[in-house]
Design a protein around this ligand. Structure first.
Ligand SMILES: [Ca+2]
Length: 260
């Protein structure tokens, strides 16, 4: 690769940006904070080993950045043809509304591949899907995946998009939209909100820099309990790499909802 020097320079900037975003995250939350305790709450992934089932390439590690050292969920460690998944041992009642917020950082080699997904599924705590364009959820069924896709497969619009995918088949996107921010190379925050009463799923994304605005990217009508065939579902993340590869990290995760 001819760009090792510029990659190193950019990398130093990214570590600083990430340090800033983590520091920002420690400040008290605003008026929108829920009054009840979250059902799932990982400000970091310290102590998560017993409450998070990991499969494939996924692991809990201490991030090796020079300025940020904390326990994170690394879904893929940056090898070829990897897939990883992680599911909370706390099952979610999908007949009720919920809100899931997480911070992710997809980085390492350019171009990035293949991306991550926030997944609700009823296959089980060992569910693990295909590598490459499968984003770690291909074949997990029944499932709802909200994917953050950094690699353009033949069925994808581009290499920086979000999609709602049902039934574990990324070849068919129920809804798809360009990401308003770069998914690769900079940390971002995403929020998936399900309104059970209206049967509406909304996906928001935000850069982790000061003054960044959160954007609504996807809005999808779905009866989630009917789709996954049960009131109780596993919830978590998947990711994959292929011939392109990334380190794909979740730094924090909070879910407000009802226990199944
Ligand atoms: Ca893709």
């Amino acid at each position: 690769m001819s760009s090792s020097r510029s990659t190193r320079v950019a990398g130093a900037g990214l570590v600083a940006a990430l340090a800033l975003s983590i520091a920002t995250a420690i400040t008290p939350v605003g008026a929108s904070a829920a009054t009840a305790d979250p059902l799932i709450d990982y400000p970091t992934f310290k102590g998560a080993a017993d409450s998070l089932d990991r499969n494939g390439a996924a692991d809990l590690i201490v991030s090796s950045g020079s300025k940020v050292k904390q326990r994170i969920l690394r879904l893929t460690p940056g090898g070829y043809r990897q897939s990883g998944s992680a599911w909370s041992t706390t099952k979610l009642d999908v007949t009720e509304s919920f809100e899931s917020t997480f911070k992710a950082y997809l980085h390492h080699f350019r171009p990035g591949a293949d991306g991550i997904a926030f997944v609700v599924q009823t296959e089980g705590p060992r569910a693990l899907g295909g590598w490459g364009g499968g984003v770690g959820y291909r074949g997990i069924e029944p499932s709802l995946a909200v994917e953050f896709d950094t690699y353009q497969n033949t069925y994808d619009p581009n290499s920086n998009h979000l999609a709602v995918v049902l039934g574990g088949n990324p070849n068919y996107q129920s809804d798809v939209a360009d990401s308003p921010i770069s998914l690769f190379g900079r940390p971002f925050s995403a929020r998936v909100v399900y309104d059970a009463e209206d049967g509406l799923l909304r996906v928001y994304i935000k850069r982790l820099s000061s003054g960044a605005t959160e954007r609504l990217v996807l809005e999808h009508e779905i009866d989630l309990a009917e789709h996954v065939g049960d009131d109780a579902a596993w919830v978590g993340f998947t990711a994959s790499t292929g011939t392109g590869l990334s380190k794909q990290d979740i730094y924090s995760w909070t879910l407000d909802g009802s226990s199944a």
